[in-house]
Design a protein around this ligand. Structure first.
Ligand code: ATP
Length: 569
């Protein structure tokens, strides 16, 4: 397919401020895309060249892209930099400069989506000496072959700032409409996506094999599975009602969730809650798993916690220091970790994802040789709620968050907050409202002591059904002076000029600055009240910033449905 066709769609997407229109434009376009291009086009629309979990970076800095624009247009760099100062955006700079390209530089043929994709791959692959020049030259060739508008989008893709307002769920919606004729079939695409969170694979499968093909998608070692989540309840009685009879209770540890994959060749990959590959952060854990897990091939899950010399739990903040790219070895020594294993999804060629909890956990116990660093989560199987409550008290005494209650017959519901797992946290007992994980969608300029930074952040919950972000609070409390100073810099890369299409906000709450919905913050609130000022119709009262949830992406934020349920709506 001619890349210009995709460019025309991008131009349309850029003009729209409604989520429904995004889906409409995309699905109409997908119907015209040749099957062999659909995966590439799905990735490119998300500003990627592969699934997000593969974390491929094109590795181009703004300076290099400007240099490529100068070279492709036959201008000197000073002129390009001047236009960059005027526009403030590399994409617009490329478009503007290339519109005025001297006539002597004739276009060199048409750029196809395949060629763009292959060249972007080469840019990503280039490493070592001379790689910066090679990347720049490859980009020059792309810019020369595309239209000025095409150059705008290519420049943004290589910088990782495409931001069409489209998320994975938007693409799934559009694929469902385009290839099955009905939006409600997205349910089947989402089910497959939860086991295989790779938009390209889903797009290719639905295009070539239809819904039947999607049903066959199963666990694939090395490809992360969206993690199963827990429901919350308001009272202990509700647990008994939702899960009568015998249940399993496990400790709920406050650490980092890790999904560990080991393939037949012995390679271990570790994935975080947001499916990032975090193997390099935990070389110690990789080593422990190699020694302590007896199966050749597996996918298992657990919570990684920081422990002291004696194996005693250290606070979550201490563990967070292990989230680093540099000085990893030093921190392996400084902050030892332990993994509390609690699930098994695949072992030696067999998928366990649809097997009951009891069978999964028994198989897990079979393959774990316990040690100081690799243990099974504390567990109690009982139907006696006095006993379960005692277990909960003990867990809290040991410094854990509370307990998880699991349905013995329940399968692993990938990517779903279903009723097979219920969490019971110490905060619930104190009758405190739970914390919320919200997405930052905007900010208000600060005044007085906060001038020069933001005074408050506009935060939203995720409406999963409608694939949109609905505001629920203005957050200003709980941020330290140091954090406030850092905020504009930290959020700069998500800043956009207009309201992102999937963000829903009431006129009264329109912020001074908009952000692409990416950053997730954990917020504690006193209560949930009705509000005409927030898109959800509900607002969090006295919200207080607790911490950044770097382990969650925007679509993993607290949902509007959860907030409605908590408010008793
Ligand atoms: P929270 O902020 O309450 O942890 P969450 O949205 O991150 O919520 P939930 O599904 O609500 O996730 O709670 C489950 C989380 O608790 C898991 O993601 C995992 O990180 C952690 N956890 C700790 N111990 C266990 C356990 N034994 N079984 C499952 N999850 C556990």
């Amino acid at each position: 397919m001619d890349f210009q066709k995709l460019v025309d769609v991008y131009e349309e997407l850029e003009q729209t401020s409604s989520g429904n229109a995004l889906r409409e434009i995309l699905s109409t376009f997908f119907k015209t895309v040749p099957k062999e291009d659909i995966a590439m086009i799905s990735y490119l629309t998300l500003g990627q060249i592969t699934s997000e979990y593969e974390s491929v970076v094109l590795g181009m800095a703004e300076k290099m892209v400007l240099k490529a624009i100068a070279s492709a247009s036959g201008n000197d760099i000073a002129k390009v930099q001047k236009i960059m100062q005027e526009t403030g955006d590399v994409g617009l700079t490329a478009e503007k400069v290339l519109q005025k390209k001297p006539r002597t530089l004739v276009p060199v043929g048409k750029l196809t989506v395949q060629e763009l994709f292959d060249t972007l791959q080469k840019i990503a692959d280039a490493s070592g000496t001379g790689s910066q020049d090679r990347k720049t030259n490859l980009l020059v060739s792309l810019l020369q072959k595309s239209s000025p508008q095409g150059a705008k989008y290519i420049s943004r893709i290589v910088l990782g700032t495409l931001r069409m307002g489209v998320g994975d769920m938007t693409v799934l919606d559009a694929l469902a409409i385009a290839f099955t004729g009905e939006k409600k079939n997205k349910e089947y695409l989402e089910k497959a996506y939860n086991i295989c969170p790779d938009v390209g694979v889903i797009a290719e499968t639905i295009a070539h094999k239809g819904l039947k093909g999607l049903e066959k998608i199963d666990v694939h070692v090395g490809r992360p599975i969206k993690m199963m989540l827990a429901q919350r309840v308001k009272s202990w009685e509700e647990i008994q009602k939702k899960m009568p009879g015998k249940v399993a209770a496990e400790g709920k540890y406050d650490g980092e969730r890790v999904q560990a994959h080991r393939d037949k060749k012995g390679r271990i990959s570790l994935f975080s809650r947001r499916l990032e590959n975090i193997t390099d952060q935990f070389p110690d854990l990789v080593e422990y798993l190699q020694k302590q897990i007896t199966a050749k091939e597996y996918v298992i899950e657990g919570e990684v916690i920081a422990v002291d010399e004696k194996g005693k739990l250290l606070p979550f903040q201490t563990l967070m220091q292990r989230r680093r790219k540099y000085d990893v070895e030093e921190y392996v020594q400084k902050i030892p970790v332990q993994i509390k294993l609690f699930d098994l999804l695949f072992v030696n060629g067999e998928s366990y994802i649809h097997e009951p909890y009891e069978k999964r956990i028994a198989q897990l116990a079979n393959i774990v040789k316990k040690s100081k660093h690799v243990v099974l989560a504390d567990q109690l199987i009982s139907d006696d709620h006095t006993e379960i409550n005692r277990f909960f008290q003990n867990m809290v005494k040991e410094g854990d968050e509370g307990i998880m209650i699991k349905n013995l017959e329940g399968e692993y519901q990938a990517g779903t907050r279903g009723w097979n797992w219920i969490k019971w946290k110490k905060e619930y007992v104190k009758e405190m409202v739970d914390t919320f994980d919200l997405v930052v969608v905007g900010a208000f300029h600060g005044r007085g002591r906060r001038s020069g930074t933001y005074g408050a952040l506009l935060c939203a919950a995720y409406n999963k059904k409608k694939d949109q972000f609905e505001t629920v609070c203005k957050l200003g409390t709980g941020l330290t002076d140091e954090m406030l100073t850092e905020l504009p810099k930290m959020l700069a890369k998500y800043k956009v000029n207009t309201k992102p299409a999937r963000v829903m906000v009431k006129k009264e709450m329109e912020p001074d600055v908009w952000f692409d919905p990416k950053v997730v913050v954990e917020v504690l609130a006193a209560e949930i009240t009705k509000s005409p000022f927030h898109a959800l119709g509900l607002a969090l009262r006295f919200p207080r910033f607790i911490r950044y949830r770097e382990d969650k992406n925007a679509e993993q934020a607290t949902t509007t449905k959860e907030i409605q349920e908590m408010a008793g709506k």
